[in-house]
Design a protein around this ligand. Structure first.
Ligand code: BGP
Length: 477
């Protein structure tokens, strides 16, 4: 254990999960089918994530991990008790849109779905755990994809506004912290995942993506408006897949390239936090011949209803070069990074860069001057139980310790950070691969990649480590 003193009183330590990666029960109690329910494992998964969906129904013989996931739907009490034992101050979770509005365009919400989240929030509050809610985390009701074209269509703004308003009204006294769209910039990289986009022949994909982005940005503003009207104490944030891009060399071409790559992501938060389309985006649209359809009131909405805080995930940094020779080396990252010779990588090729976390936090705070909330961070790794079943995940502890220390450095740098919810405090389905073997948890779940296992929960070595971090408010890491 190492001493650090930076964390403010009331810092929201905890963990983060998403409905589709944890709940399972994919058609139970009136839930409708969503985009994620059509993502199998294997190569097809990536194809679909890029916007090539073969069918609007699950196919015979395919394995869809979200259908059962880790059965959080039926086991949440046991899981929340374990989170409480670790001393969690917060739990970030998402609400499944299709549990509330099974088809997305229904006139009334599904009471069973609303009740399920009421029960979860009550259970959390019983232990003094603050719920932090993501309104949309990579799942769109499939009816909206099939019959409306998902976020390509402006109508989604209305459906989302209605969905968000239903949540704000129902949970106004239970939930203070909200986020509108998980990793909103993921839409550019995995368009089906981020926005339910399925491309048709001949479509200008870039234009479609930015039109969908515009709709999400407007929907996000309208959600901020509705939430604040319903309860002015609500804090409604955005959520960015963050991670600094480094230039491979000090060649100004590389430096400029790195800046542009970061702007692909900042674009979203510039709009959500600063309230307007940045000049560089306008130039980009012009250069690429992209025209975005906007309505008269849009600019005013974006300007008036900006977010209260900046939520972000940080796993890895990226590196970029304009030199075609160097560009040949790539590493496994949806953001298309090249190898950074100074950094180690995870088993999935993600760089391990704790200092990059400090840099990223500083950069976001310098840019937006709003409180930051680290809502995802962690190491996806293969855990192999010892003979007695114990999992000695020192590699995970090592990753997290270094990141928590860099976070404390960022706080010393003057960055305002209100909480840290590490990703997947209990093993859940991986978003990118659909695998169970890519694990992040302090709590092990007995389930393999094919879906076999008892689903029993057990504590890993990191469980006690994280408990100590929280008890000492980050003084002992
Ligand atoms: C983020 C997502 C999460 C999550 C995490 C880890 O992009 O918001 O849903 O799963 O990354 O990624 P993976 O599960 O692919 O390891």
């Amino acid at each position: 254990m190492i001493d650090s003193m930076a964390f403010p009183k009331g810092f929201l330590w905890g963990g983060a999960i998403a409905a589709n990666q944890a709940e399972g029960a994919y058609l139970e109690d009136g839930k409708g089918l969503t985009t994620v329910d059509l993502l199998p494992t294997g190569d097809k998964r990536f194809e679909i994530m890029m916007g090539n969906l073969p069918s609007y129904e699950p196919l015979e013989g395919e394995f869809y991990p979200s259908h059962e996931a880790i059965d959080f739907y039926h086991r949440y009490k046991e899981d929340i008790a374990l989170f409480a034992e670790m001393g969690f101050k917060s739990l970030r979770l998402s609400i499944s849109w299709a549990r509330i509005y099974p088809n997305g365009d229904d006139s009334t919400p599904n009471e069973a779905g609303l009740q399920f989240y009421d029960d979860i929030f009550d259970e959390l509050l019983k232990y003094g755990i603050e719920p932090v809610v993501t309104i949309a985390h990579f799942d769109v009701p499939i009816n909206l994809v099939k019959n409306y074209g998902s976020w390509k269509n402006r109508k989604l703004v209305d459906f989302f506004e209605k969905y968000a308003t239903t949540l704000f009204e129902r949970y106004k006294d239970k939930v203070k912290y909200w986020m509108t769209f998980n990793e909103i910039n993921m839409l550019l990289h995995l368009p089906f995942v981020g926005a339910g986009l399925v491309f048709e022949e001949g479509e200008d994909k870039l234009e479609v993506k930015y039109q969908a982005a515009h709709h999400q940005l407007i929907a996000s503003s309208l959600a901020v408006k509705a939430g604040h009207e319903i309860n002015p104490n609500m804090k409604i944030g955005c959520m960015l897949a963050a991670g600094q891009t480094y230039p491979y060399s000090c060649n100004p071409d590389d430096v400029f390239d790195a800046m542009e790559k970061d702007r692909d992501s900042f674009f979203f938060i510039d709009v959500q936090s600063r309230g307007k389309y940045p000049g560089y985006a306008k130039r980009f649209f012009k250069d690429k011949n992209i025209s975005i359809k906007m309505e008269e009131q849009d600019e005013a909405l974006l300007a008036e209803y900006t977010v209260d805080y900046i939520g972000f995930s940080y796993y890895a940094s990226r590196t970029t070069s304009t030199n075609p020779e160097i560009n040949k080396q790539t590493s496994g990252n949806v953001f298309g990074s090249i190898e950074n010779p100074y950094l180690e990588k995870s088993e999935w090729g993600w760089t391990i860069d704790p200092k990059g976390f400090r840099i990223t936090a500083n950069q976001l705070y310098d840019r937006y001057q709003k409180p930051l909330f680290v809502v995802e961070n962690g190491l996806g790794a293969i855990d192999i139980p010892e003979e007695d079943g114990e999992i000695k995940d020192d590699y995970r502890i090592d990753y997290l310790r270094k990141h928590v220390l860099e976070m404390s450095e960022a706080i010393e740098d003057g960055v305002e950070i209100i909480g840290y919810t590490s990703w997947g405090p209990i093993d859940i389905v991986s978003a990118s691969t659909g695998e169970m073997k890519k694990r992040y948890g302090y709590i092990y779940v007995d389930k393999d990649n094919e879906g076999n296992g008892t689903l029993n929960r057990s504590k890993k070595k990191s469980f006690d480590w994280y408990k100590e971090v929280i008890v000492s408010n980050g003084e002992k890491v």
